[in-house]
Design a protein around this ligand. Structure first.
Ligand SMILES: Nc1nc2c(c(=O)[nH]1)N[C@H]1C(S)=C(S)[C@@H](COP(=O)(O)O)O[C@H]1N2
Ligand SMILES: [Mo]
Length: 439
């Protein structure tokens, strides 16, 4: 709507005259987080944005929704109809004979927190989502144990439970960036095979202790009750450490897509091992060498050999706001923000570059980085309106640093798609449009 009170674009452009040289953190207009904390720069920059948004004339303050009572109560809340475009993106392949084999992606670029809403948790199914009646679901522990056990759902719910807020990342996450041709899709469509939930369940170690692990047991074979009968071999040490048999996701029962009525959660390990709809755990001396740890989920090396059992996910980060497909509204202040995580444990630092990787500045981590969780990072940026690119680079507590794409590619054979964790660059053109780019 035309508004003659609109102060116009020149006055809207955030001003940074108050930014002292000390507040400049790196090239391309990155500012130190002190510049945000002291408020001077951001207050000056954002007041112009707010002036455009606020209507100083309150005479029309009573909107239609204030003139009649609102809707009554509902038994299960739904998102606002005005945000219906915040949804998973599903790759549908024409003429697909196995529509239940594929994935849907979390729209990372449309979310601002660290937890993933349950309806937006990414999905990776190898043969669809089974509709399991919990009254007919059993979990069996057998093999190299003193006492084979069989639990029904209600029995498991009586065990002491713990909460763990951890990510699950598919080892195929970011596979689109392994392609020689750059894919012009959103951040979520590239990196959205990671989601984070507070998982609640029984430590697997407790159930294994009850069964009595025999001294010759070295592996736990976990199997799902879906039509894919997904099975993976889990080292006993991991099973005894921090693996959960989870029943709840962000406080509510698991969604069918996430493994209702129960799934394994293996903090930090490749998502494939977090067996959904789990119904069988067999203790063995040797790994199973199942389909999904031989023909798939192995890592092809340049010499044609392949690595098997790459369990932890690598150190990784991505700028989610702004990211591919975004249009910056003119030069000036932007709050650059993203997510960082590592299968090794905790992130220790995230650096951001606004000049194509020439210089880097340390971003602010929001809170203490959680073990096997994601941490959000932020850094203030003053865009000068010229073409450039934005990138982030994470370091974890083992000292591992995210590699650049060329370094990552050199480690593997040409068709390797798993465990891609290279630095993501978003190109910014003169119009302020962002897109995926290989540096
Ligand atoms: N039973 C079973 N478990 C499974 C799968 C499956 O297809 N069947 N997919 C695996 C893969 S490859 C991943 S990445 C994660 C995905 O979990 P999510 O769909 O809850 O995001 O589940 C794993 N567990
Ligand atoms: Mo996966």
């Amino acid at each position: 709507m035309a508004d003659d009170k609109d102060p116009g674009p020149t006055q809207l452009a955030p001003r940074f005259s108050s930014a002292s040289p000390a507040e400049v953190a790196a090239g391309g207009g990155l500012l130190s987080r002190r510049a945000v904390l002291t408020g001077a720069v951001v207050a000056g920059a954002l007041s112009a944005v707010a002036a455009r948004a606020a209507n100083p004339d309150w005479s029309d303050a009573a909107k239609p929704w204030q003139k009649q009572p609102g809707r009554p109560f509902s038994r299960y809340g739904q998102p606002s109809v005005h945000v219906r475009e915040i949804e998973r993106s599903v790759t549908l392949r024409e003429g697909d004979v196995a529509p239940g084999n594929g994935s849907s992606f979390t729209p990372l670029h449309l979310l601002r927190g660290t937890l993933t809403p349950n309806g937006l948790h990414f999905e990776r199914h190898h043969n669809g989502v089974p509709d399991i009646d919990p009254d007919h679901h059993r979990l069996v522990i057998h093999g190299l144990v003193e006492r084979p056990l069989r639990f029904d759902f209600d029995a498991l719910l009586r065990y002491p439970m713990v909460n763990r807020t951890v990510f699950i990342e598919c080892s195929g996450n970011s596979f689109r960036n392994t392609f020689p041709k750059v894919q012009e899709v959103s951040c979520g469509d590239i990196h959205g095979l990671i989601s984070t939930s507070e998982w609640t369940g029984v430590p697997l170690s407790l159930l294994l202790a009850e069964a009595g692990v025999r001294a010759d047991a070295k592996w736990v074979i976990a199997e799902g009750a879906d039509a894919a009968t997904m099975a993976r071999s889990i080292p006993l040490a991991k099973a005894l450490d921090d693996v959960l048999v989870a029943f709840y996701q962000n406080g509510e029962p698991l969604r069918p897509e996430q493994g209702f009525p129960m799934r394994l959660v293996l903090p930090g390990y490749e998502g494939n091992m977090s067996i959904k709809w789990v119904h069988r755990l067999e203790l063995t001396e040797v790994p199973l060498h199942a389909r999904d740890e031989t023909s798939h989920y192995t890592d092809l090396l340049p010499d044609g050999r392949a690595l098997q059992f790459t369990f932890p996910m690598g150190v990784k980060s991505v700028i989610t706001q702004p990211s591919a497909g975004w249009d910056l509204q003119g030069s000036g202040y932007y709050d650059v923000s993203g997510l960082a995580w590592t299968g090794a444990g905790r992130i220790t630092r995230v650096e951001v570059s606004a000049d194509g990787g020439a210089t880097w500045a340390e971003a602010e981590l929001q809170g203490t980085p959680p073990r096997h969780g994601v941490v959000r990072f932020r850094i203030p940026w003053r865009w000068d309106g010229k073409p450039t690119s934005l990138a982030s680079r994470a370091t974890d507590e083992t000292g591992a640093v995210q590699p650049d794409r060329a370094t990552w590619l050199a480690r593997y054979g040409a068709t390797q798609r798993y465990h891609y964790n290279a630095i993501q660059h978003w190109a910014v053109d003169a119009e302020g449009r962002l897109r995926n780019v290989y540096a």
